[in-house]
Design a protein around this ligand. Structure first.
Ligand SMILES: Nc1ncnc2c1ncn2[C@@H]1O[C@H](COP(=O)(O)OS(=O)(=O)O)[C@@H](OP(=O)(O)O)[C@H]1O
Ligand SMILES: [Mg+2]
Ligand SMILES: [Mg+2]
Ligand SMILES: [Mg+2]
Length: 322
């Protein structure tokens, strides 16, 4: 199999980071933090998760850079001493090791177009879901020449903890988050062919996807099922295993660019499960342009049976402003 050692390391790193996140969610997300809308639990988990994954990638593949969502700037400040200690404790590292590992994720592909192979990491995707005690994901993808070739998506709260993996051309698999190794059950998209019978998933947060537009689009497609709102790249997992046939992420404001780590792992999992992923205008998703998907707007993922029809209706229903 291709990418065998990359997959092995990625799976074990995402499993370890998922456990760190589960522990933080169990210990630090409380009724009091929910009440106060206190974001500190996710901050600890975000940094610790990035430290764990980047530490493992740096040890195994020192020459392959990582495009991670977080950096250690805030964590290095004097006022962050307490936070820094918590991060190191949850990551199981010294403070210096944790800071160094986090900064291994500081690569920007736009800064060096000669580098065409890199990892991209979202240490916690769906931070708002994490804080609500709901769904979130640890998402790691490997990019080569602008395309995702491998993805590992940890979904610690989905069905008691599952992990989806995909290697380009080799299908998508479902593994337990607590297990070992990389063997798993093959997953496949829904086989619904009539779009009116499909259901779609979207963000819980209305600021991340235009939920008013999705109501109109669903009605035009003849879809009557309620939207399935779920946080994070768990939406891609839902499409990959047939819980939803469509994922709509519709631009909410001009100027926003999707981040590569918000899509790499989820996208390859859906594609390898038999689905199709493009942006809202039907363009292929280009991961070669830096930390963002500069040339794409929004996302449409489907089971592949009526993708063009969905793109057509979405293109007619929304105006994409730069
Ligand atoms: N305006 C806008 N449009 C689109 N996307 C945005 C926007 N603002 C933020 N983000 C990114 O959304 C990521 C969270 O994704 P979801 O919407 O799937 O999850 S959630 O409903 O917020 O839980 C979230 O990822 P995390 O920061 O990792 O949680 C952001 O990178
Ligand atoms: Mg994210
Ligand atoms: Mg994140
Ligand atoms: Mg974020």
């Amino acid at each position: 199999m291709k990418y065998e050692s990359e997959l092995q390391i990625a799976v074990s790193a995402v499993r370890a980071a998922s456990k760190v996140c589960q522990q933080v969610q169990a210990n630090l997300v409380t009724a009091a933090t929910l009440e106060k809308k206190d974001k500190s639990p996710v901050t600890v988990a975000d940094f610790a998760s990035q430290a764990v994954v980047c530490g493992a990638l740096k040890a195994a593949f020192p020459g392959v850079p990582v495009v991670g969502e977080e950096d250690s700037k805030e964590l290095r400040e004097d006022e962050a001493a307490e936070l820094r200690a918590k991060v190191a404790q949850h990551a199981g590292m010294s403070e210096a090791e944790a800071l160094e590992a986090i900064d291994h994720g500081g690569f920007d592909p736009a800064s060096d177009p000669g580098v065409t192979t890199y990892w991209t990491l979202d240490p916690i995707d769906g931070t708002k879901g994490f804080l609500r005690g709901e769904q979130y994901a640890v998402a790691l993808g490997l990019i080569e020449n602008g395309k995702v070739v491998l993805g590992v998506l940890g979904c610690p709260n989905l069905d008691g903890g599952l992990l989806m993996t995909a290697v380009r051309g080799e299908g998508a698999k479902k593994l337990s988050i607590d297990g070992e190794g990389t063997d798993g059950e093959t997953v496949g998209v829904s086989d619904i062919e009539d779009v009116s019978q499909a259901n779609f998933c979207e963000s819980v947060e209305s600021g991340h996807s235009d939920q008013d537009a999705s109501v109109k689009i669903a009605s035009e497609l003849g879809i009557t099922a309620e939207p399935y709102r779920i946080d994070s790249q768990c939406k891609y997992a839902a499409v990959a295993r047939g819980n939803a046939a469509i994922y709509l992420r519709l631009p909410t404001r001009p100027g926003y660019r999707e981040k590569i780590w918000d899509h790499a792992a989820g996208m390859i999992v859906v594609e390898e499960a038999g689905g199709t992923v493009t942006d809202v205008l039907g363009k292929p998703v280009d991961f070669s342009l830096g930390r963002t998907l500069e040339n794409n707007r929004g996302i449409i993922a489907t089971n592949g049976k009526f993708h063009e029809r969905v793109v057509e209706v979405v293109s007619g229903a929304i105006t994409v402003v730069d």
